[in-house]
Ligand binder design. Sequence first.
Ligand code: ATP
Ligand code: MG
Length: 255
Amino acid sequence: MATEAHTHEPVPVLSVRDLTKTFGQVVAIDGVSLDVYDNEILGIVGDNGAGKSTFLSLLTGYNQPDSGVFMHRGRHVRVSSPAESRRRLRIEMIYQDLAMAPDLKVWQNLFIGEEQTRWGCLLRTNAMRCRAREALERMGAKIGPDDVVEHLSGGERQLVAIARALLFDRDIILMDEPTAAISAAKAHDVLRTIRALHAGGKTVLLVSHRLEDILEVCTRVAVFVNGRITDVVGTEGLTVDRLLTMMFHTDGKIS
Ligand SMILES: Nc1ncnc2c1ncn2[C@@H]1O[C@H](COP(=O)(O)OP(=O)(O)OP(=O)(O)O)[C@@H](O)[C@H]1O
Ligand SMILES: [Mg+2]
């Protein structure tokens, strides 16, 4: 397989090659290679336990692969921690359980782990609140920087998580089941926000079991089966039935 970027082809913003991750006897990720391009919305689908969340955890540096390589804009990078993933891959993850500190205010959640600027100065509280307010307003969210997170709904927490990606200018936003635990109306808001991120030049990786959502917002979709990517296809003309076939009837296919 070619691993070098050719000048006449777009260089992927992110490439992984032959990633493998085992948990004891379980092979969660089994030789996964994938190119992700600037400003695409890439869907990731697969049955329960297919390896989708584990794959994202390798991209965020939360878990370390047993083997495999990462490239950011054609350059090899090492990702041994979430901080390195943020800094080197410019990735922001929005977690399935929307992990946040519920007793803290919105602006504090936005700046957790980011209190230092890239110049090494400690940001002042007022500056952080101000930047938080700006990011929330930019998204049209009716949430204030001083709102306490535990009083926010699931959809509103989602928006706070997305505001983090905007605030720190990440290239790639990973979302794991962002519409699973929220109402249809809020799910619509999340899809609208994904489109807004896309319009703002971001790349989004969206894991979802809601295949209609995937077909609605994604440009391409990668299908995971038993820890492998068995198909990567454009969504134009793709149907839910066809996707289901790829997810569940892959006999004879080689990844
Ligand atoms: N920390 C862990 N320890 C042991 N096994 C794990 C761990 N994390 C994931 N696994 C296993 O790895 C496999 C892939 O799990 P993963 O959570 O990535 O699937 P998924 O595609 O995200 O599924 P779902 O759609 O249900 O969220 C499963 O067999 C799971 O049990
Ligand atoms: Mg999962």
